[in-house]
Structure formats: C-alpha cells, structure tokens
Design a protein around this ligand. Sequence first.
Ligand code: DC
Length: 213
Amino acid sequence: MGKAAVITIDGPGGSGKSTVAARVAERLGYAHLDSGALYRALTCWALEQARWDADDLAGLVRDGALTMTWGRVVLHDRDLTKAIRTPEISAQVYRVADLPLVRKAVNAFLRDLAARRPSVAEGRDMGTGAFPEAPLKVYLDAHPEERARRRAGQGTGETPEALAERVRRERDRKVGGLRPAADALQIDATDLTPEAVVDRILAAAAERGLAHA
Ligand code: DC
C-alpha cells in the first residue's frame, strides 16, 4: 500500500463524521472520500434495477461505472449526489453493505483514489478494512441521544428508531463491521463542537507529520 497520506474517520451516523471529515479535508487540502456515498449509490442502482447480485454490484465498481470526484457521486454518467440521501436508501443500504464482495471492490476503489491524492476517508471500516496502515485513524462517536438529535436536525427524514437499527446492524456486520481500529484516536463528540473535533484531528495529524497537500 505504500505510505499514502490518509486520515481515516469512522463512526456511526449522527456522530458528526461527515461534517468533520469535510472540514479536515478542506483545511489540509486533501480529497474527501465519502465511502457511505458509494454504498448509497450502489443501493440506488439495486433498487431501480431490482438487482442485488454481489457480482453485478462489485462489477459496477471495478469496471469504472461508479466515480467520485469533488464530492459528487456519478454512476453510468448520472449524478446521484442528491438522490442517494433518502430514508429509503438509508434503510436498504445494508443489503449492499453486507456483501463482502462489494466491500472488497469499494475498498480497492478507495485505495486507488487515495494513492493518487492525500485523502480523508470517511465511513465505518476505513481504519480497519480499507486503510489499516493509515498514519492517522480516528473513531468518532457520540451519545445515542445526541446522535439522534443531530440526525433529526439534518432533515434527512431518518427517524431515531431507523438510525438506531441501522447502527445496530453496522456494529453486528461480520465483514467491515463498525468498530474502532486498535490504534484509533477515539473522540467522544457528545459535548464537542465540530470545530473542536476538527482541531483535535488536525493536531494529531501535525504530530504524525501529515502535511498540507
Ligand atoms: O455514512 P452513510 O450514512 O452515508 O453510509 C451509508 C451506509 O453505508 C451505512 O448505513 C453503512 C454503509 N457503509 C458501510 O457499510 N461502510 C462504509 N465504509 C461506509 C458506509
């Protein structure tokens, strides 16, 4: 894998991961790799096509049908960036994310992107699965009530019950399950502002010699 400049940020929905990952990436001039957006785009395709075959889905990733540039997710030349943020996709995404073959293809795709540009990779298994050798791995969590409150404030339409069920599934997933890497910097964001979390991560990045791009 080499010494790619990668910062991984994992954690459950509502922990503030996406906001923090985007800001860290911006401050350092790194690419922001939102792995959840890839699983969501594949789920969008599976729902539309009524096809949930692991080979078909992994093939979309391996054959270059799926791309992610500048925060936009495109599948077969269709920009899905907005369409993937629906409660239905949030509820169904486990059907794609549970497939080990798809996870393997997504992680290989992410490693390929990160080999080209310093990156902040955000998701559930970025530190444990995609980039186990990343020089800085962050695990961000917050109290379940606070996560539900934040998620409600984002207007995603996902109910606290649906979020709790999704996180439970993610923690139980056999391959790529949500858990901190052994050497992760664990941050409890319950009482912290996003800016405070960002500052902690930037300080840890500086300690590890991760420079601005
Ligand atoms: O971060 P998000 O809520 O947009 O992610 C959507 C779903 O994708 C999430 O419910 C679990 C799955 N996911 C995953 O299994 N592994 C990742 N690295 C990122 C997301």
